[in-house]
Design a binder for this molecule. Structure first.
Ligand code: UD2
Length: 315
């Protein structure tokens, strides 16, 4: 019976990953989450089939205890957001750097086979060339980007010095059902969803011509599972995007069309630390893993909108 541990398992990407792992009927899944931004409700349909451990990833002893006997630890817990890491850098450093170190150390000491680490496309910063390839020199522009990059370096070092298999996946702007739209630091698509449902115009920071490679959360969950299994993925750092890029203006236009509303966006000053353009080269991940993204942007946006509409009362 395979055993999986998911840090941040009650969060947006974590809960999707837990549901994906449960497709293996005999899997034992332990979700570790301090419920700071994660929610029990994200796991409602599966709570009886998993163990939810309410704990902080900086609690080494608790992570160690649950990582014993684990095949894979999916380390997805983090304090995300570029602007939050600038306005309040201490907590995001502590969780994203010290917490990540604690998880790698616990996984290695517990003799877990592998850690799949949620790295971030923000590590690239502003590159001269698009799409962004893993061989490019990282140029982090924000504390968050630097913290996530540090996690990649720790992944490499835990593999070379402590014999822990690691895979780092640089996620590119993940979106989809259950992303929390209610914080000033929420991901832009969740914010756009809330605008559609409340009829309040969104604020776009900058001219809206910045681009992102938006990746549907179910593709990411599937990728996590595959990355946990595939022997040849061990030790790799891989872009985990769709390979496309869209401007925020295009996204907002598409969403207004999907929802059948006309609601011109407001524009405000660009955010500090914001990357201008982001697009993944997915050649390496296609070669390394049997992974093919299934959700084109419009399909993913439609599914996301349907979900937010159906759950509007809870948000
Ligand atoms: C970064 C990473 C992403 C992930 C994420 C976690 C890049 C390219 N991507 O996402 O991989 O690690 O951090 O937090 O670095 N915006 C608006 N209005 C809003 C909210 C956002 O215009 O109400 C803009 C924002 O200025 C940015 C874009 O939308 O240009 C995307 O912002 P985001 O916070 O959704 O994600 P981003 O790109 O910082």
């Amino acid at each position: 019976m395979p055993k999986y541990v998911v840090t941040g398992g009650a969060g947006f990407i974590g809960s999707a990953t837990v549901r994906e792992l449960l497709q293996e009927a005999d899997a034992e899944v332990v979700a570790i989450d301090n419920l700071l931004s994660g929610k029990r409700a994200n796991l409602a349909e599966v709570l009886e089939r998993i163990s939810l451990v309410v704990a902080d990833i900086r609690d080494y002893d608790t992570v160690l205890k649950h990582a014993r006997g684990a095949d894979v630890v999916f380390h997805l817990a983090a304090i995300p957001s570029v602007p939050r890491s600038i306005s309040d850098p201490v907590p995001s450093h502590d969780v994203n750097v010290n917490g990540t170190f604690s998880v790698f150390r616990a996984a290695a000491d517990a003799k877990a086979r592998r850690v799949v680490y949620a790295a971030s496309s923000s590590a690239y910063g502003d590159t001269e060339v698009l799409p962004k390839v893993e061989t490019m020199r990282p140029l982090p522009k924000s504390p968050y980007a630097a913290q996530k990059l540090m996690g990649e370096y720790y992944a490499q070092v835990f593999q070379s010095c402590f014999g822990l298999e690691t895979v780092s996946l640089r996620y590119f702007n993940v979106y989809g059902p259950r992303q929390d739209p209610n914080s000033p630091y929420s991901g832009v698509i969740s914010v756009f969803m809330k605008s559609l449902l409340t009829g309040q115009a969104p604020t776009i920071f900058g001219d809206g011509q910045q681009t992102r490679d938006f990746t549907f959360v179910e593709d990411v969950a599937n990728l996590n599972r595959v990355a946990g299994k595939e022997p040849s993925a061990s030790g790799k750092l891989l872009n985990a995007g769709n390979g496309n890029r869209y401007t925020l203006n295009e996204i907002w236009d598409t969403l207004q069309r999907i929802a059948g509303v006309t609601l011109p966006a407001r524009y405000a000053e660009p955010r500090a630390g914001d990357v201008k353009d982001s697009q993944a080269d997915i050649t390496a991940i296609r070669a390394a893993l049997p992974y093919r993204p299934q959700f084109e942007l419009e399909d993913g946006l439609r599914r996301t909108f349907e979900w937010y509409r159906a759950h509007a009362a809870e948000r």
